[in-house]
Structures are given as structure tokens and as C-alpha cells.
Write a new protein. Structure first.
Length: 117
């Protein structure tokens, strides 16, 4: 479901997630995002040129898929085309470009938003 980046919507989220969505939206000129609540183990497909922010509690990891052999970290498989399974309690913010930047937010847990666009 599509949601506006607004105080009302962001107030329903954990602070770390709300802050990241606001900053990313401001940086890329994004006014709304697609929100999807998913089951633990859901696979996030890493697309070339995609920017990903993983938030688990107060821990945050960011990566950008810039070429075929990008590595997220030593010993971690994050190449283009990989499906990274996210654990329960994780929120993933994905920014892609198709005729303009857009944002998808995936939450593997019990986060539910009530203010649709």
C-alpha cells in the first residue's frame, strides 16, 4: 500500500525506521513509499543500482548495488540478483529508479500502517 511521507505516517514507526525514511525521501525527492508487511524469511532481490537500508532494532546496514561484483561485507553474499532473506523484526528500505526514484519499505514483523494514500 502506498503511504505519504508525513508526520502521521512516520509516527507509527520505530524512530530509527522513521528517521531513515525521512532522510532518504529528502535526499531523493521522494514524497511517498510503498509499504509491505512480509513474513520472516522473505527474500529481498538486490537489483543493480538499488540502494538498500536494513534496520534491525537500533542497528543499520546500508549498501548500494553499483556493479555485478559488489560486496556488502567480507563473507556476506550481497551480489546483484541475490535474494537476501530477512529475519523477523527487520525493516528494509529499498530505493530504485524507473523514470524517477521510488521507495519500497518491507517489514518482517508486526508493523502495520493505517494511513494509506
Amino acid at each position: 500500500m502506498k503511504h505519504r511521507i508525513s508526520k502521521k505516517t512516520l509516527s507509527q514507526m520505530p524512530q530509527e525506521v522513521a528517521d531513515s525514511i525521512k532522510v532518504i525521501g529528502d535526499n531523493y525527492g521522494i514524497k511517498s513509499f510503498n509499504f509491505k508487511s512480509v513474513a520472516a524469511g522473505f527474500g529481498i532481490y538486490h537489483a543493480e543500482g538499488g540502494k538498500y537500508t536494513y534496520i534491525y532494532g537500533k542497528d543499520t546496514m546500508k549498501l548500494e548495488m553499483v556493479s555485478e561484483n559488489s560486496l556488502g561485507a567480507s563473507g556476506v553474499r550481497h551480489e546483484i540478483g541475490a535474494r537476501v532473506k530477512i529475519p523477523s523484526g527487520t525493516t528494509v528500505i529499498e530505493v530504485l529508479y524507473y523514470n524517477g526514484f521510488y521507495m519500497n519499505v518491507y517489514n518482517a514483523g508486526d508493523l502495520a500502517l493505517t494511513s494509506g494514500k
